[in-house]
Design a protein around this ligand. Sequence first.
Ligand SMILES: *Cc1c(COP(=O)(O)O)cnc(C)c1O
Length: 245
Amino acid sequence: MSAGHLVDNIQAVRGRVGAACARAGRDPDSITLIAVSKKKPPADILAVAAAGVQHFGENRVEEAQDKIPQVMAAANAPITWHMIGHIQSRKAKFVPPIFNVIHSLDSVKLAEKLTEIANPQQPIYALMQVNISGEASKSGFNAFNWEHDRDVREKLWGQVTQLVALPNLQLRGLMTIAPFFEDASQIEETRPVFAGLARLRLALSESFGLPLPDLSMGMTDDYPIAIEEGATMIRVGRAIFGERA
Ligand SMILES: *Cc1c(COP(=O)(O)O)cnc(C)c1O
């Protein structure tokens, strides 16, 4: 996509972020815009970075290993890289050297793998990916119906206890992916999922005495709703880079 188009798209997203913040009485500076650059070439990433976006998200380890060094070699400003896709155990060791934040921490086992190789001077910054909607296709720690299901809550609290005990891990917050709706008129159905994640963040923060500042939720179709429900990080791909092949 041309650099001009990309800049227009970023402005449009920033406008909608501002409008959602105004509706919710929030400060736009409290929202981190993560441009999701999966399947997009380094040239597009560099154009978006040149327009002032500092945070980028990728979902596949191999693709990131190829692209991140190319972008870093050519970028004029610092970039923070966010891993947002499922990490297979055998690829875990490749993630900390190239990513700054992991949004897709979806098991205690993965956390153990990641922290084994982490350097104590550079703890792993991670968000727990949580499955709030109960869809079988979604990875993440199960939190379906956690407010009403004691077994779910006990298991989840047990998992957090294990994570918190790991050296070299800084648990920063929670991430979720809302269900996909074919029809734009159904988008409001994402709201209870986002609101549920925000309540879970608060409950865990109080139980464990952890700040858990980050709430990563909202994509191209639903980020304004996520902001209204408390997102601090939104992961936006298509609205910035255009449709993916
Ligand atoms: C692809 C992806 C996004 C961005 O999706 P868009 O609909 O292109 O905004 C956000 N989060 C995750 C986990 C993704 O895989």
